[in-house]
Design a protein around this ligand. Structure first.
Ligand code: NAD
Ligand code: MG
Length: 392
């Protein structure tokens, strides 16, 4: 029986994970669930899954959850980042789903890595921020890092098992990273300036949290995923080519030197990669409907347009710059996306704020996690300042 901790249980990935787990009570038990502030959703999940621990990052939400669960001794309520890290590293759990959104997920995800867990990585921002340091922590603890991002899970499935940490060898040539293109794939630059947060969050194929929905619309998500793939599979950026594939059925491909291209296909439903990670190397039912290729009929592919979607270029440049640059990029993006969602910033201003933040800051050596956390904070302050300036 696997004992599972879900970081970010109330989110889109968290709930999909619970949906898979609900189908396999003989295989998985919930050790801990965590969330930020939605205590009512968490109370409901606690009543159903009876975790040993429930953690709310927000202290007031933890107090409310404690009151809601009063008299139910099976679940202990913890609060704050310490609580998140404690359940992520607890010896009783063997599997940790890292599904917090953004940089807030790095400390508990890292705690799970350092404790040598099977870590199911959805929280790509954690890896983008800390890159080499994160992968070194995986190597030294012996953690089993399995990619949940659909593209990376597809690549993982298409690589030879001996090459899932380093694609160089065994005839692997490169990765074809697919992208839906987002809801504004065919918008003109002028039309992009006018789009609303609600339109940006209405993804044509995937149902996801708000932040990643906006990232998909700007193509920053694909930029973050390019960086994620470089670290996960020890790939160089020139070994990865983004292919816009609006149907989102091919989740990515691996090209071999003999001309073979292996692809992983499936309905756009995160329960497939989640089930793959939970049960790996076995296969289990996920609840995802079988693919009906006759109903789909056709697949399309096009190149991404870096003029209309500069975030992809900014991410590639940050990866090339190295050091703390990807952490700065990620922080600035989080702040800009939050401002866009809050109605303070236009959609096309997101890349401008990121670019201005990066050019106002110095890229340092990413020599420790302390450096990463400090630079992340500094970039958030700088991005907020750039937004204020853009508004006057
Ligand atoms: P979401 O917004 O739906 O859920 C986020 C979860 O994180 C919630 O449970 C929330 O309570 C928790 N959280 C938010 N801020 C927190 C904080 N400061 N401290 C502690 N917990 C906090 O997001 P999502 O769409 O489920 O995405 C989660 C992660 O998975 C992201 O990194 C995203 O890029 C990645 N991902 C998501 C999808 C998808 O289909 N949704 C696909 C691939 C990758
Ligand atoms: Mg993805």
């Amino acid at each position: 029986m696997r004992q599972v901790t879900i970081l970010g249980a109330t989110g889109s990935i968290g709930l999909s994970t619970l949906d898979v787990i609900r189908r396999h009570p003989d295989r998985f038990a919930i050790y801990a669930l965590t969330a930020n502030s939605r205590d009512e959703d968490m109370a409901r999940l606690c009543l159903e899954f009876r975790p040993r621990f429930a953690v709310m990052a927000d202290h007031d939400a933890a107090t409310r959850l404690q009151a809601a669960l009063a008299g139910r001794a099976e679940t202990r309520v913890l609060a704050g980042e310490d609580g998140l890290c404690e359940v992520a590293a607890a010896p009783e759990a063997d599997t940790v789903m890292a599904a917090i959104v953004g940089g807030a997920g790095l400390p508990p995800t890292l705690a799970a890595v350092r404790a040598g867990k099977r870590v199911l990585l959805a929280n790509k921002e954690a890896l983008v921020m800390s890159g080499r340091l994160f992968m070194d922590a995986v190597a030294s603890s012996g953690a089993e890092l399995l990619p949940i991002d659909s593209e990376h899970n597809a690549i993982f499935q298409c690589l030879p098992p001996s090459r899932v940490r380093n694609l160089n060898g065994d005839g692997v040539r490169r990765i074809l990273l697919t992208a839906s293109g987002g809801p504004f794939r065919t918008h003109s630059a002028a039309a992009l300036r006018e789009v609303s947060p609600a339109e940006a969050c209405a993804h044509p194929n995937w149902s996801m949290g708000q932040k990643i929905s906006v990232d998909s619309a700007t193509l920053m998500n694909k930029g973050l995923e390019m960086i994620e793939a470089c670290w996960l599979f020890n790939a160089r950026p020139d070994q990865i080519e983004v292919h816009v594939h609006p149907e989102s059925i091919i989740h990515s491909m691996v090209e071999y030197v003999d001309g073979s291209v292996l692809a992983q296909l499936g309905s756009p439903d995160m329960r497939t990669p989640i089930a793959n990670g939970l049960a790996w190397p076995e296969r289990i039912e996920s609840g995802v409907a079988p693919l009906d290729l006759f109903a789909l009929g056709r697949f399309h592919f096009e190149r991404p347009d870096l003029e209309r979607f500069p975030c992809l270029r900014l991410a590639a440049e940050a990866f090339r710059a190295g050091g703390t640059a990807p952490a700065l990029l990620n922080a600035a993006n989080e702040v800009a996306v939050a401002a866009f969602l809050g109605g303070k910033l236009g959609f096309s201003d997101i890349p401008l704020i990121i670019e201005r933040t990066l050019s106002a800051m110095t890229v340092r050596d990413a020599d420790s996690f302390d450096t990463i956390f400090a630079e992340d904070m500094a970039a958030r302050r700088m991005a907020a300042e750039q937004i204020e300036r853009a508004l006057v």
